[in-house]
Design a protein around this ligand. Structure first.
Ligand code: ACM
Length: 261
């Protein structure tokens, strides 16, 4: 199967322009799975909760409509970060869209920095979705810092971690090599580029989106400072074999009786 990412450079608050840019980057692309960054249509650095609410949407909004169009045009399962509105709450979420349907949605559980002011924390257990012959788990950006997250999705059977991100710390790309090795899983980390200076915050986003294999190989790595579309061919069933040698198996060797803390 072919899996890929789009690395974009959102203009804060200009959803129409950001959706147009991503649509342009995806022109002519065909693949089986395509991952876009966290909050790819809105930008990241908010100054007030009202601003977050105004940029939020429900599943009938223009962001998910555009993702449905991108999915139809590319044939891909589309996964992307969005601001999800549910009543008066807003979540930093990742949606999965395929065949004109919303297949799944994940509400970020490990909120980073002032995200804790803007968003409600995710209130549902992360799930693995069985879709078009593969199994995908979603995590968002800072979730990488918690190895339990990738582990939980891998134990639930994911072959691929779809990882929309707005990375500002310098370590994630390296850490994903370990996340993939220790779980024998693929990961697509879709990051953004550019900087945002708003209110009390100033962030520089590190680009370097990457696709990592179960053997910890970086199959493709995007530049740190330009928009980019990356696609690779994989055999996702490689993720099913947790055996290292005749004596070691990543799952069977876990000593859960010693992990009580
Ligand atoms: C982050 O979780 N967006 C750093």
């Amino acid at each position: 199967m072919t899996i890929g990412f789009i690395q974009n450079s959102p203009q804060f608050g200009n959803k129409e322009a950001n959706l147009r840019d991503v649509t342009k980057l995806a022109t002519g692309l065909t693949c089986d799975l395509l991952v876009l960054p966290e909050l790819f249509a809105t930008g990241y650095t908010f100054t007030h909760r009202d601003e977050v609410y105004q940029l939020s949407e429900d599943v009938d909004g223009m962001t998910i409509q555009t993702l449905k169009e991108l999915s139809a045009d590319s044939g891909a399962i589309l996964i992307a970060g969005w601001i999800e509105r549910d009543g008066d709450r807003v979540y930093n979420s990742s949606v999965m869209v395929y065949n004109q349907q919303v297949i799944g949605n994940y509400r970020k559980i490990h909120l980073f920095n002032r995200e804790n002011v803007w968003f409600s924390p995710g209130n549902r257990e992360p799930q693995v979705y069985d879709v078009n012959g593969t199994r995908i788990g979603m995590m968002i950006c800072f979730d990488w810092f918690f190895p339990e997250m990738a582990r939980t999705l891998a134990l639930k059977g994911a072959r691929i971690l779809a990882h929309p991100s707005n990375l500002v710390l310098p370590w994630c790309q390296k850490a994903m090599v370990t996340r993939c090795l220790e779980n024998n899983i693929f990961a697509v980390t879709a990051n953004r580029i550019g900087s945002e200076q708003r209110g009390e915050d100033s962030f520089h986003f590190t680009g370097g989106s990457q696709i990592t294999s179960p053997k910890g190989e970086i199959l493709i790595s995007a530049p740190t400072d330009s928009a980019y579309v990356g696609v690779v061919n994989i055999d996702d069933s490689e993720a099913d074999n947790k055996s290292l040698n005749p004596f070691n198996n990543l799952w069977k060797d876990r000593k859960t009786e010693y992990y009580s803390l």
